[in-house]
Design a protein around this ligand. Structure first.
Ligand SMILES: Cc1cc2nc3c(=O)[nH]c(=O)nc-3n(C[C@H](O)[C@H](O)[C@H](O)COP(=O)(O)OP(=O)(O)OC[C@H]3O[C@@H](n4cnc5c(N)ncnc54)[C@H](O)[C@@H]3O)c2cc1C
Length: 461
């Protein structure tokens, strides 16, 4: 609990307009996409790195938690103030400082919404590929902190692949520059890579230098319908076996299709059990050739129907429906636990049969969708938290799922991070010495454990 005296100090430091303490004003900062809720004592809206530095120095002195927060769209509870304290909203870090078409970089404050950056660079025929489905609500800072992936990761990689450098405030208040503003650089340990994906536990990142690439000249969006998920994911393997790497290759199972059926804007046959959304990009001749080849592969692999979006609006509608699946599955049950496991592409069919059996064994609905091109499947375990016979089973279902994924040489999180919700399972994937090493790194950055405590580590903060 932050005392009134410390709150007064914070108010003096930031100005009364940049700190809120009224319960009603705190509520929006108590939750994120996990739908869990923890009340902070206060929310601060710093305006520059020096403000953050002063806050962190005070937090060390007075020992209160500070929790960085971007758009609050995180799916592992990373921005939740689990031990109260001060939520550090990055809302005012909303400037795009530079888009440089010669050096192909952008310099961006970390509170910038990802879609805003994408729109701005595309006006200059440039391209910032990382494309989380939450793009209209998440921030660049949240993407960097989670090493976000997204729809285009199959071809273009994840956020990490585009971060060249950054400014960050250490938990003890020092402001550091990490990485470079150039195309390459190898001076010292790669602190940039360490901070990417550090989930707000090692530093507050205030601006980043991002790599840009030329915008592809054309894109083509297609949709293929299948009787089963197994047939759909086997088609994904066939596409890559033919040396085609689409920009996006997204899967929805029957339950997910039912939830967004009306948004897709077309009637789908009732026997449709899975759907692939596929996009290719590049120059016109290439996209035409690849789209034709993909059509042949889908039909040869048993697609019931194959459609190509003929207009931009039609393609946007399909992607909009895909982006809404995460929220739409709440139509099935009031609560869900959403995992984002990854398995090798060649083992996705095995995972899909496993999920069917798992749902039957525990009598719970499991809806699966996600980035099939990466083998990254979002497994949504649906339940009602007011039904104890359902909630009781969820942890065991998650453990069985993770055991299967690890046995298949996969990983328990492809892009959502460990945060709060996956911390109890971290040691299923990482050995104790590896976790201890990470804990020592955390201690070196944050000796008093004030920055985002209670996250990542299963048996200590
Ligand atoms: C509908 C939906 C679809 C999604 N689709 C995808 C997807 O396709 N791919 C994907 O990877 N994720 C996806 N996500 C998850 C989420 O959007 C990403 O993890 C995103 O990167 C979080 O960004 P945010 O700004 O909302 O961060 P927040 O939720 O606010 O915070 C996430 C973490 O980042 C830390 N953090 C935030 N800003 C900073 C900063 N400046 N410095 C240090 N730490 C910071 C926080 O402390 C927290 O630990 C989806 C979420 C939703 C709700």
């Amino acid at each position: 609990m932050i005392s009134d005296r410390v709150l007064r100090e914070l108010t003096n430091l930031l100005g009364p307009e940049n700190i809120v303490t009224r319960r009603d004003d705190l509520i929006p900062y108590a939750s994120d996409a996990t739908h869990l809720s923890y009340m902070p004592d206060a929310v601060a809206f710093p305006g520059n790195a020096q403000d953050i530095s002063r806050i962190l120095v005070l937090a060390n002195q007075e020992e209160f938690p500070v929790i960085p927060r971007g758009g609050g769209s995180g799916k592992s509870g990373g921005a939740l103030p689990v031990r109260g304290g001060l939520v550090l909203s990055m809302d005012r870090f909303n400037r795009i400082l530079l888009i440089d078409p010669i050096n192909l970089i952008a310099k961006v404050e970390t509170g910038v919404i990802t879609s805003v950056l994408q729109e701005e660079v595309e006006k200059l025929d440039l391209f910032y590929p990382p494309d989380p489905a939450s793009i209209k609500i998440c921030t660049i800072g949240g993407n960097v902190a989670e090493n976000a992936g997204g729809l285009r990761a199959v071809k273009y990689g994840v956020t990490r692949d585009y971060v060249l450098g950054m400014t960050a405030v250490l938990p003890t208040g020092e402001i550091i520059k990490a990485g470079v503003e150039t195309a390459k650089g190898v001076v010292g340990y790669d602190l940039t890579r360490l901070l990417v994906g550090s989930e707000g536990t090692l530093a507050v990142i205030t601006d980043v230098i991002l790599r840009l690439i030329p915008k592809p000249a054309s894109t083509r969006t297609m949709m293929a319908l299948f009787h089963t998920v197994s047939a759909a994911v086997e088609t994904v393997s066939e596409i890559t076996r033919h040396k085609i790497i689409p920009t996006a290759l997204e899967l929805m199972d029957r339950l997910c299709i039912d939830c967004v059926r009306s948004e897709l804007g077309m009637s789908l046959p009732p026997q449709c059990g899975a759907l692939l959304l596929i996009e290719v990009d590049g120059d016109k001749a290439l996209t035409k050739r690849e789209a034709e080849r993909i059509r042949e592969i889908c039909l040869q692999s048993g697609a019931m129907e194959f459609m190509a979006a003929s207009r931009k609006r039609e393609a946007e509608k399909l992607w909009e429906a895909r982006r809404n699946v995460s929220a739409a599955v709440y139509k099935l049950r009031p609560d869900k636990v959403s995992e984002d496991v990854v398995v090798p592409r060649s083992r996705m069919a095995e995972l899909s049969s496993f999920l069917d059996a798992l749902g039957r064994k525990y009598n719970l609905s499991i809806a699966a969708y996600g980035h099939a091109g990466d083998g990254n499947i979002h497994v949504n375990i649906l339940f009602d938290k007011n039904a104890p016979e359902e909630t009781r089973k969820v942890d065991e279902v998650v453990r069985e799922l993770f055991r299967k994924v690890l046995e298949a040489k996969g990983t328990i999180s492809g892009e959502h991070g460990i945060g709060l919700t996956k911390a109890p399972y971290l040691d299923m994937e990482m050995s104790r010495p590896a976790i201890e090493l990470m804990a020592r790194i955390k201690l070196a950055f944050d000796p008093k454990g004030i920055l985002n405590p209670g996250k990542i580590f299963p048996y200590r903060s």
